[in-house]
Every structure is written in C-alpha cells, then in structure tokens.
Design a protein around this ligand. Structure first.
Ligand SMILES: Cc1cc2nc3c(=O)[nH]c(=O)nc-3n(C[C@H](O)[C@H](O)[C@H](O)COP(=O)(O)OP(=O)(O)OC[C@H]3O[C@@H](n4cnc5c(N)ncnc54)[C@H](O)[C@@H]3O)c2cc1C
Length: 345
C-alpha cells in the first residue's frame, strides 16, 4: 500500500515511525528545507497531559498517550530525553480546584501523579516555591526537533516538497499532518492558529539549582548547557512566526509572578516563535476526513503535541491498516473530525 504523509512535524513523523514499525513503507513530504519546520522545531518541549477536572475521553486519551510516550522515548536515541519530573504549581484558586479534581478523578497511581505541599515541591525543584503542586515524577522534556528526526530514521522523506493539492501525489492513502496548512486541502477543518514564542535565558547561580520542570501560567526548564527555556506565549488568531520583542518580557514576567526572585539576572540569549494549530474544544483532530475515503488527518495538537502526535499516530495506523483499535470507541469519536458541525451529513 502506498501511504503519503503531508508534513514533517511531530504528527507526520510519529505516524510514519509507527507505520514503519508495522512493516509499511510510508513516504513523508515536508514543505521546508528541514524536518520540524513549524511548531515542532523547538529544541526543548515538555511532555504533559492536558489536565481536566473530570475523567472522560480526553483524560483517557492523555493517560494512554503519556504511557505510550514514556515507553517509546526509552527506545529512541538522541532525543535529549530528560525525565526529571514536572511540578504544576497551583498558583490560582481555579487551578487548585482543577488539579485536586484531576488527581481524584483520573485515578493514576501515586508513583505517576500526586499532590505535594509547597515544602516538598521546593525540595523537588531545588528552589523555594510558594505553592502546592501536582507532581509527575516521570514527566520531563525532550527535543521535539530531534524527536522528529529520530522518528524518521528509517523512513523515506522528501524535503522542500510543499504539496498544493491532494492530487499532487499518487498514493492509496494520504494523511494531512501539516498543522494549520491542512486548511489548504480541507477548508472545512475547524482549526485555529495560536502563535507562541519561547525564550532562552542564561542560567544564574540561583536558577542553575532548578532540578525539574516547573509549570505555572508559563513553564521553566532546568538549564541545559547553561541555558533555560521559558515558555510560552499564547496568542489565538495570530498565525505568523516572526519574533515579537514583547514576548520575552512576558515569559519572564510570568516566571517572576510564580517564583519571585528566580527571574533576577536572567539574560536573554535566544527565542523561537511558531504557530500551533488547535481546535475549538482544544482536543486534537485525528481520523478519516468525511467525504474522502482515503484521506486521514492528524492536526490541532495545540500545546500538547509531543504526547498527542504519538498516540494519534498509533490510532491512525490502526485505522489505515484496519487493525483492532488502541483506544476506546468514545475516545475515537471525541477525536474524529466528524464531531464538528462542519462535517455533519
Ligand atoms: C512556542 C511553542 C511552544 C510549545 N511547547 C510545547 C511543549 O512544551 N510541549 C508540547 O507537547 N507541545 C508544545 N508545543 C506544541 C507542539 O509544538 C505542537 O503541538 C506540535 O509541534 C504540532 O505538530 P504538527 O506536526 O501537528 O505541526 P507542525 O510541527 O507545525 O508540522 C507541520 C509541518 O507540515 C509542513 N507543511 C505545511 N504545509 C505543507 C505542505 N503543503 N506540504 C508539505 N508540508 C507542509 C510544515 O512545514 C511543518 O513542518 C509548543 C508550540 C509552540 C508554538
């Protein structure tokens, strides 16, 4: 079977990797001159579930995705995997309620997810924290850019290959994994651009003590080669990747608000901006495109693409190869493009 994947970011590369493991020979087409030309091009990213207060299709999807990612990362070389733990600070009353309910309702073993008081959180983080937190001991970061390359190690792919129409390629199966650009092929897809910028800062004597990732309204990562990554701005409706001067102070201010003092002396040494694609309910869109027998989509991975792209790849591989599905029916329905009125019969 000839399988063509449009897009060489996390969604396209993860799917190609899984199909290759299952004995298929997919071919990926990337518009840019390198893989991970869009949102997946950051040198560091956190793998986190999207927390919800209740248990349901969304929480079940991210539980499976988290578990799947941890297993896959162990087998992939050169992806800068750092499972140093993630603390999600309860720095607002709303978040406190939501994260307490997450722990209560999701039912994860405490070895994987638990609540910690501010004192324990401070010991884990290596710096003083004022807030209680939800702690994922196995959470951490990887390089999305390197992950794309690792996924495609044994896969045929073409760079500088921007496809304009579905008819541009001959294949039995075509998969749209090109973020916001999927609109070019299926204009009815209800996806929205959300621009974002990360900031890189040189470590100070205080900040280099940080031992795990810390999430608040933004996030702060332990230093790697003397440099921290802070993320990320979130601008729905903006769809350009130019660097905005005001975004770096915004990222640093969010850090100062959550962990006062940690921002002192941080010198900005780099930044990267890009565009996420997201759906109306912030859940990815993964499945067959209604009205097209042989066209599938894996888009709208929002701010959680490291996890959702891999789980989405497993699901699409099952659909394409007509295998038993790796996710429950209600999760598959919640991910499907058909959930939107744009695709109603
Ligand atoms: C600032 C920022 C910080 C983020 N931080 C995190 C994080 O910490 N953790 C996390 O999980 N997620 C994070 N994300 C989100 C994550 O990066 C995305 O969810 C993920 O990269 C989406 O992958 P994708 O493959 O769907 O899209 P993309 O990475 O955008 O890939 C789409 C690819 O398709 C190519 N393409 C476009 N049009 C065509 C065409 N016509 N033909 C061929 N190729 C085409 C593009 O060049 C691009 O390479 C962040 C995003 C941003 C912007």
């Amino acid at each position: 079977m000839k399988i063509a994947i449009i897009g060489g970011g996390l969604a396209g590369c993860a799917l190609a990797y899984i199909l290759r493991q299952l004995g298929e020979e997919p071919v990926a087409y990337e518009a840019g001159s390198a893989l991970a030309n869009g949102a997946s091009g950051n040198s560091s990213g956190l793998y986190n579930p999207r927390f919800s207060a209740l248990r349901g299709p969304e929480s079940d999807f991210y539980a499976a995705a988290y578990c799947q990612a941890l297993r896959s990362f162990r087998t992939l070389a050169n992806i800068d995997w750092r499972p140093c733990g993630v603390l999600h600070l309860m720095d607002t009353e709303k978040k406190k309620i939501r994260l307490h309910r997450t722990v209560e309702n999701w039912g994860w073993d405490s070895a994987h997810m638990r609540l910690v008081g501010a004192d324990e959180a401070s010991r884990i983080a290596g710096v003083d924290l004022r807030y209680d937190a939800l702690y994922l001991p196995e959470g951490g970061s990887i390089s999305p850019q390197k992950l794309c390359a690792a996924y495609l190690r044994n896969v045929e792919y073409h760079l500088n290959a921007p496809l304009e129409k579905l008819d541009d390629i001959e294949a039995d199966i075509k998969i749209l994994a090109c973020g916001q650009a999927a609109l070019k092929f299926v204009p009815r897809l209800p996806i929205i651009p959300v621009r974002g910028q990360i900031t890189q800062v040189k470590a100070t004597q205080i900040s280099e003590n940080v031992k795990c990732n810390i999430c608040y309204e933004g996030y702060f990562m332990p230093a790697m080669d003397g440099v921290h990554t802070l993320g990320a701005t979130f601008q729905p409706g903006l769809d350009h990747s130019r660097i905005l001067k005001q975004d770096d102070p915004e990222n640093i201010q969010k850090l100062a608000d959550a962990i006062p003092g940690l921002e002192v002396g941080l010198e900005i040494v780099g930044q990267r901006a890009s565009v996420r694609a997201t759906s109306r309910n912030r859940f990815p869109i993964i499945g067959r495109v209604p009205g097209h027998d042989n066209v599938y989509v894996s888009v709208a991975h929002g701010s959680y693409g490291i996890l959702s792209s891999l789980m989405g790849g497993h699901l699409l591989a099952d659909m394409i190869l007509d295998r038993s599905r790796c996710l429950p029916a209600d999760v598959i329905a919640a991910l499907s493009p058909q959930r939107f009125k744009e695709f109603a019969a």
